[in-house]
Design a protein around this ligand. Sequence first.
Ligand code: MN
Ligand code: MN
Length: 286
Amino acid sequence: MSEFFADAESSYNEARFVYYGYPFDGTACFRKGASEAPDAIRKNSYNFETYLLELGIDLSDVLANDWGNLDITDDQDKNEKLLEDLVLKIVNEGKFPIGLGGEHSLTPAAVKAAHTKYPNLAVVILDAHLDFRNEYEGNTKSHATVTRRISDIVGIDNVRSIGIRSVSQSEIAEARSVGLKFVESGWTELREYLADVIDDLDGPVYLSLDMDAIDPAFAPGVGTPEPFGMTPYEVIQTINFFADRIVGFDCVEVCPPHDNGNTSALAARLTRHLVGAVWQCQERFK
Ligand code: MN
Ligand code: MN
């Protein structure tokens, strides 16, 4: 790791937000390179003012620490164990984990840890892909099986996917038969959907942002780009809707070798907005 995420200057002990990097892209099937994303996102986080005009929050006032990158190997079980142990430590100490991927296979292990601390945890996933295959290329822990594994952990009723526009025929048939709730990008008034989700799930929420949820016009540098996607404003709207109940977050699937820097910058800026929005709620309700 070359540098910390911008404004993550607190010690681990005093921090309320803890960034960590998961530089893994072992199951990527189209474009490799997500392993470079944690450091690319960190680098681009320095592009921005510490002050967030849209929230009236200055991130230099927020207690945040950057733990660094996990020591990733080719052994996915080992990687997941490291990740789960770290996130468990963070949430058990009352802190907020922020995972910088790496590919989306980060999320199930982070959710598993958060679920230990918050037994009524719900998970909201922003993604172009349903990721609901039981296995992909022989691997049950692939970037294409993420939503399925998360459903195994928190229960299918506690999962909501947003931004969906890519799925296999058998995957969608199975998702429908077991009642997975998801919303296709562009086909629903997002605000109404979010209001329904909030009425439905009143407990803590883990938010996972697969950057390919966003249209490739805004976020071209991802592992598997899909046209007809969400706008960055819709992502901001989603974050704001859940800000008072989000207890963990990750931002995954940025692919720096296919990015001119803007996708990493957008990932960093959305993450900065999330930290500001959650901090603002924590301060208001403490
Ligand atoms: Mn995904
Ligand atoms: Mn995706």
